[in-house]
Design a binder for this molecule. Structure first.
Ligand code: GDP
Ligand code: CA
Length: 316
């Protein structure tokens, strides 16, 4: 079976790790969000691709959900001694090596997709990891604060401001001119099943879908999504700030209605949200409820198996 996913960072990575356990014989392709990418200290940092790579490769910090296990911070403190910032984005020494290697390969002329393949040679994630695009597309946020309206990089809003400044809108800069990375449209077209893991619907999945051609390709497939919202709140993080900014209620039904029946065929919600099955705005979407907390790999695997089962049921 061929399974393709559109994934952000922590929620996407943990789901894919469960899927890999639940469907060991499947050919899994992960299309990763690169809207979070940022240049820091001259280095190309790709947080969501790295979270997927480290999680599947066994190098992730399990407590944080991102970054490397057994990390140290010598380089960043040495940089701080020179007054070199920013200090709000934590980069560990092991993680720095990834960004240095990525930047060196890109400077030598390799596109991000080829660089990602090279980095995955080390981590052997057991899936094909593709960036959504090789083009430079970064997510910016229009915020309104005491200084008036201004636009900041997504990471500055999310990490430095903890998403506290009200967001007016999200801008995938240069997305309209971007092309899907090599293999992305093929992985969607060739998939038996397309899954949307419980990733941020706005700044992870939404940004991937904004690359021309990807949403149309996904619409042609049987698509099953997993709600990142349980009982009216995101499970981790501040996704509610993103949903509110675009006028979507932070509910399992609200997220599915935002994707819409044109894109989504099936939707898994937590048992706490079982009533979503009767929500009139979800007409045309098959809603199933089950526990959706990815407390460990077996729990994530059971959720992933349920998503695949629903997709197969809807394919018949
Ligand atoms: P990010 O790029 O690191 O923010 O990660 P993603 O976009 O992939 O995923 C973020 C989303 O994962 C958040 O909105 C969370 O609500 C969701 N999430 C995290 N852990 C869980 C979980 O155990 N169950 C469910 N259903 N969603 C989760
Ligand atoms: Ca992210």
């Amino acid at each position: 079976m061929r399974i393709t996913l559109l994934a952000g960072g922590v929620g996407g990575a943990r789901f894919v790790r469960g899927l890999r356990a639940a469907a060991p014989d499947a050919a899994i392709t992960v299309i990763g969000n690169t809207g979070d990418d940022i240049t820091l200290f001259g280095l190309h940092v790709s947080p969501d691709l790295d979270t997927v790579m480290y999680t599947l490769g066994g190098g992730i910090s399990e407590e944080q959900g991102w970054g490397r296990a057994e990390e140290s911070f010598t380089v960043q403190s040495e940089l701080a001694a020179y007054g070199a910032g920013p200090d709000w984005f934590r980069l560990g020494d092991r993680d720095f090596a990834t960004h240095i290697a990525r930047t060196a390969m890109r400077t030598a002329g390799l596109p991000l997709s080829a660089v990602t393949r090279q980095l995955c040679e080390r981590w052997q994630p057991g899936v094909t990891l593709l960036p959504m695009t090789d083009d430079d597309v970064q997510t910016h946020v229009e915020i309104a604060d005491t200084d008036g309206t201004r636009v900041v990089h997504f990471q500055e809003w999310w990490v430095r401001m903890h998403a506290k400044a009200p967001a007016r809108r999200f801008i995938a800069v240069a997305a309209e001119a971007a092309k899907p990375a090599p293999g992305v449209l093929e992985a969607i077209a060739d998939a038996d099943v397309v899954l949307l893991p419980p990733s941020n619907p706005v700044v992870s999945v939404g940004i991937i879908l904004s690359i021309p051609g990807i949403a149309d390709a996904v619409r042609d497939k049987v698509v099953v999504g997993v709600s990142p919202v349980i009982g009216g709140a995101p499970v981790r993080g501040m996704a509610d700030a993103c949903l509110t900014a675009i006028g979507v209620p932070t509910t399992a039904a609200g997220v599915a209605a935002h994707y819409g029946a044109g894109l989504l065929n099936g939707w898994l919600v937590d048992t706490a949200d079982a009533a979503a099955a009767d929500a009139p705005e979800l007409a045309g979407i098959a809603v199933r409820s089950r526990p959706l907390y990815m407390t460990d790999v077996p729990a994530a695997a059971a959720i992933a198996a349920a998503a695949v089962d629903l997709a197969l049921e809807l394919s018949r």
